[in-house]
Ligand binder design. Sequence first.
Ligand code: GLU
Length: 372
Amino acid sequence: GYRVQFNSAIGPYKGGLRFHAAVKLDTLKFLGFEQTFKNALTTLPMGGGKGGSDFSPRGKSDAEIMRFCQAFMSELYKYIGPDCDVPAGDVGVGGREIGYLFGQYKKLTSQFHGATLTGKGFEFGGSILRPEATGFGALYFVEHMLKTRNIDIKGKTVAISGFGNVAWGAAKKATQLGAKVVTISGPDGYIYDPNGLDDEKIEYMLDLRNSGNDVCAPYADKFPGSTFYAGKKPWEAEDEIYMTCAIQNELNGEDAKKILARKPICVVEVSNMGCTAEAVEAFVEAKQLFDPGKAVNAGGVGVSGLEMAQNSERLVWTAEEVDTQLHKMMKTIHKESADAAAEYGLGYDLVAGANIAGFKKVAEAMMEQGCF
Ligand code: GLU
């Protein structure tokens, strides 16, 4: 297990824990690096960190997951705290895992330090809308991008990858906004559902995840009319909006070429570094409407920041209050990224803009604190 504390110039280290068989120290270093700039973009005072383990929750019982979380926290508790480092969930770590981790932290410290972990259950200090926040925030960001082209998302077809927490939130909000989500995917392949996802299908994504098998194929058996494509990625489907919602490097240069040939409305990197460097380059070069994950998925950690604020003031905000703040945050992230790119003569390049805006804030804070 690892915890990478990357930068605390603007606030306590903050970032998720990932439990996935492919996790290595360098995975967590790039995620911690990205997290530093993403957290700066949220407008909230949070530094950057990331952690996790190559423990795979796939096929494990609830009791095994609990014991792993307890063992992980038995080592981690010395290094975290509300003003020091605040972990949260990420791939393979959701509300269940955060609950077990928090229980063990409380046992070891004899303190109820709510703001030590975010993504907690609502009953013990979790923020309402935290589970939805990454996906909802992504769609709010997309709305701002589309506004620059006078396009409404209503009626557009959307290809989403993954079936985890981020894909679930994105599918839910896209559908609420009147778009038609036609794909989800897993390590086993992807589902194409020409009828689009509805509430029942979106909630079924939770069953798929809770099965612990990490496959999406059973969707096709449950919902007639949909098809499962084994070993394939949703990027081969003909759609208007593409959203990576699974894991790093899930969309490569070849995928980008195929997507660009279809002249889509926009490509949205929601997963952390979901697009390879070649894919990002291809999108930027083609002036494709495209955004980087660190801007578009920042609503997740943004609402984690709001959870910390609620815990510190010992209050519980309503869904309306959290949603209003999330809307504001995504609008600001879009504007600051677009403005930074324009200021450096780069046009509407959100990839460069988000990097510049996030970097400037962190670098200025470091210099003001005497670290050159
Ligand atoms: N894992 C999420 C991310 O990549 C959330 C982190 C957090 O809430 O601290 O931003």
